[in-house]
Design a protein around this ligand. Structure first.
Ligand code: FAD
Length: 493
């Protein structure tokens, strides 16, 4: 566990173990996907000790490997957190490298005796954190993880048979009556250390590098940071939650909370959203219960990822392994789908909304995913990775669950015979054509600004122009449905 190449550090830290740690040694607060100061159990616990707190963020391989949009959005989130900490007389120390050696170096430089962080649940982060914890403890450092990213720790929700849940409704029934922790206030004071360790410059990390032309187009749509998230939650509870039951299905209406990008980076906690939902329910607001259920879909996704991490990489239902998915990224249909030029308006509108705003309405996500995996019979992994590159609200658990649900290969998935018809779906959920008009510019005399902005966001090498004619469908709604149903019915897989 101890890096054998780092002898000098190891000896120094091992010696520290023999010394009694004074109560005044600093605490390293290792921020990851928990970029907030309120309702932050690890930060509150650190501040409560009265000891100096050194907030740190580490650019390790997991962060480096993020998709273009999530990485850029994380960079913005870090800048915002840094400002929020500065307002409290604190600082965000930025370091790059593998987490363990970076933390050990910081411990050596600052005399810290403790490292706190908020738990993560994806398998790569868990493997990293387990090794960090074991090694630091071996070094004589107090290393402790805290909750805060979820309301219900995945190992605390069990079926009557002591297993994990594979279906959402019983999961909801199991958790809906539980007490959810009351949100913690922002600490009054974050004690600074006597001297601050050196920090990288965020600009040098080039978090926006892979965004190319998209960054300036997406930026106005970002709701950045903790205060914006709290304002959005407040506005949603005041104006939109009452009609949420119906409006949440309408991509032409701003009827949802829009909090996913903040939840993804921990700029707001699920507990803060939950308690606001409970208050709205007590006030008799009709959509509040549905909102609580949606928050629990997020928890369910994490429950599944924790208990079956293969949901990120393999068909969750193994009987789908023999399904003849098309996995060739270079196929014309896949390119048409990625470039939002399938000739199916709902699909193209959804994919363009994502490219311009970094987000996509949930109904559109289901429609574009169904079209790729069913009509085009392409592997869900192709779509999952595309979302991973384009979404500012990218979340490993919800994205994988959403894709496998749509494809039919996941737990509690949409049944194989349920092939969304993207044409009738558009008529039903965008009856006045507002959503389609917002995103499709071709063949219109006066395209909307949002529709035109898609052409400014996409890479020039795609060769797209708003003056092109709108394409014929690469696969029509009815042909695709026939083909998909036939493949499923020849279920020799
Ligand atoms: P609201 O309707 O206001 O819901 C409140 C919160 O509940 C959301 O912010 C979210 O945290 C949670 N929630 C709502 N619906 C779902 C759901 N179906 N699954 C899990 N949690 C949910 N969500 C992500 O946050 N990141 C993703 O990468 C992601 N990828 C998806 C991919 C596919 C193919 C599909 C079908 C869904 C995906 N979702 C993802 C779920 C959902 O589309 C978004 O959470 C939702 O659109 C976010 O908008 P909102 O914040 O306005 O949601």
């Amino acid at each position: 566990i101890i890096d054998p190449g780092d002898d000098a550090l190891r000896i120094a830290i091992t010696r520290k173990k023999d010394r009694p740690l004074s109560d005044t040694s600093p605490i390293l607060l290792w921020f990851r996907r928990d970029l907030r100061l309120s309702d932050h159990p690890a930060l509150s616990a650190a501040c409560k000790t009265g000891r100096p707190v050194i907030p740190v963020f580490i650019l390790d391989d997991l962060v480096k490997g993020l998709g273009a949009a999530p990485k850029w959005r994380l960079g913005l989130g870090l800048e915002n957190l840094s400002d929020a900490l500065a307002d409290k007389g604190s600082r965000l120390i930025l370091r790059r490298g593998a987490a363990l050696p970076v933390l050990r170096e910081l411990i050596e430089q600052t005399g810290a005796g403790t490292v706190y962080w908020t738990r993560a649940y994806d398998p790569d982060s868990m493997a990293r954190d387990t090794s960090v914890k074991q090694t630091l403890k071996h070094d004589g450092i107090q290393a402790q993880s805290f909750g805060g990213h979820l309301m219900f720790e995945p190992w605390t929700v069990e079926t009557g048979q002591g297993s994990y849940y594979k279906v959402y409704t019983p999961f909801w029934n199991a958790v809906k009556g539980r007490d959810v922790d009351t949100p913690l206030p922002t600490p009054g004071k974050i004690q600074p250390p006597e001297t601050w360790p050196q920090s990288d410059n965020l600009g040098d990390w080039q978090m926006a590098q892979a965004m190319q032309r998209g960054a300036k187009i997406v930026r106005p749509y970002v709701r950045l940071g903790e205060s914006a998230a709290q304002a959005r939650l407040g506005a949603f509870m005041a104006h939109r939650v009452a009609d949420y039951v119906d409006d949440r299905n309408r991509p032409d209406v701003d009827g949802t909370s829009g909090l996913s990008e903040n939840l993804a980076l921990g700029e707001i906690s699920p507990q803060q959203c939950w308690h606001a939902g409970i208050r709205a329910r007590e006030e008799g607001k009709r959509g509040a219960e549905t909102f609580l259920k949606e928050l629990v879909w997020r928890e369910f996704a994490y429950h599944l990822m924790y208990h079956t991490p293969r949901i990120l990489t393999d068909n969750w239902r193994e009987d789908w392994n023999a399904f003849p998915w098309n996995e060739d990224q270079r196929r014309a249909e896949v390119q048409a789908w990625k470039h939002a030029r399938t000739g199916i308006r709902f699909v193209d509108a959804g994919l363009r909304e994502m490219y311009v705003t970094g987000r996509m309405h949930n109904r559109a996500r289901m429609v574009v995913a169904s079209y790729l995996t069913k009509h085009l019979m392409c592997h869900w992994k192709i779509g999952m990775r595309w979302f991973e590159d384009c979404l500012i609200d990218w979340d490993p658990a919800s994205n994988a669950m959403g894709w496998q649900w749509s494809a039919g290969s996941g737990p509690d998935a949409t049944p194989y015979f349920r092939v969304f018809n993207p044409v009738t779906q558009l008529k039903k959920f965008d009856p006045d054509g507002i959503y389609a008009k917002s995103w499709i510019a071709e063949d219109r005399q006066t395209p909307t600004d949002t529709a035109l902005s898609y052409f400014d966001a996409v890479p020039r090498r795609w060769g797209l122009s708003a003056q092109d004619s709108y394409p014929e469908p690469v696969v029509s709604a009815s042909d695709g449905r026939e083909k998909a149903l036939q493949a499923y019915e020849n279920r020799d897989f």
